[in-house]
Design a protein around this ligand. Structure first.
Ligand code: ADP
Ligand code: MG
Length: 259
């Protein structure tokens, strides 16, 4: 199997005046083409920082100090903002926990879908509308014509997350990063969104990094698992290996906590 993403010796720090805080250090892992890699680890262990680094979205006080981020054969570390924009805007997409804060409340779903689509292609408005409806259908939403005219707050949490996934698909990404995408949703809706991510992974051959703290989700979804603890990777293994012979004490504790 070939890797789509190879992160090596990643070190990220944050500056606050004279204080420097190391967010993650020596993080090394890879994502194979077409696979789902789950990242687990307790709150504050560096899961989000690791994936935000790949997206170049650390914010102004955060920086990648060291390491290499090879995406589809291209080194991202050290690239200009403009070059990164091209890559992260289309080939890598990301969705977050709270779809309501990711969507702009004053614009319709249609406005935001069209903006996402037109930022990746030179389609006419009419063609972009067709594509918007197609993508909304792809993520399991119906009555897409009416949906385009709606505002984000009028949708349920599950529908909003589906819309975010549809927008993420606009650039036909090779990698989708989902950072705890269902934490804010009801349990039954969580399962449906996970099912959708799995279907899209298979159908589109799109690699997925799924950050979750739910080991049940890991068992369902993951091809391989990365376990993070205190800003470091403590384990990287195929899911069945991890469940049957966990190597690190934290992983063992995690597995014992499964009801
Ligand atoms: P996780 O996603 O695993 O819960 P994060 O990757 O968000 O953890 O954070 C890892 C560590 O880095 C935490 O200690 C967090 O407080 C710190 N951190 C995250 N973002 C920032 C930031 N913008 N400035 C300073 N510290 C940060
Ligand atoms: Mg996080």
């Amino acid at each position: 199997m070939t890797s789509l993403l190879e992160v090596k010796n990643l070190e990220v720090s944050f500056r606050n005046g004279k204080d420097v805080f190391t967010g993650v250090s020596d993080v090394t892992f890879h994502v194979n083409k077409g696979e789902i890699l789950c990242i687990v680890g307790e709150s504050g262990s560096g899961k989000s920082i690791t994936t935000l680094s790949v997206m170049g979205l650390l914010g102004k006080n955060g920086a990648v100090e060291n390491g290499s981020i090879l995406f589809d054969g291209v080194e991202l570390f050290g690239k200009s903002e403009k070059e990164l924009d091209n890559i992260r805007g289309s080939k890598i997409a990301m969705i977050f926990q709270d779809a309501l804060t990711s969507l702009n409340p004053v614009f319709t779903i249609g406005n935001q879908m069209l903006e996402a689509i037109l930022s990746h292609s030179k389609l006419s408005k009419k063609e972009a509308e067709e594509k918007a409806k197609y993508l909304l259908g792809k993520v399991g939403l119906s009555d897409t014509e009416a949906l385009l005219k709606k505002y984000p707050h009028t949708l349920s949490g599950g529908m909003r997350q589906r819309v975010m996934i549809a927008m993420a698909l606009a650039g036909e990404p090779k990698l989708l990063i989902a950072d705890e995408p269902t934490t804010a949703l009801d349990v039954t809706i969580q399962a449906q969104i996970m099912e959708l991510l799995k279907d899209l992974n298979k159908e589109l051959d799109m690699s997925v990094i799924l950050i979750t703290h739910d080991m049940g989700v890991v068992a369902e979804m993951a091809d391989r698992v990365l376990v993070m603890y205190a800003g470091e990777v403590v384990e990287e293994a195929p899911v069945n290996v991890l469940f049957h012979s966990p190597g690190h004490p934290y992983t063992k504790a995690l597995l014992r906590s499964i009801p």
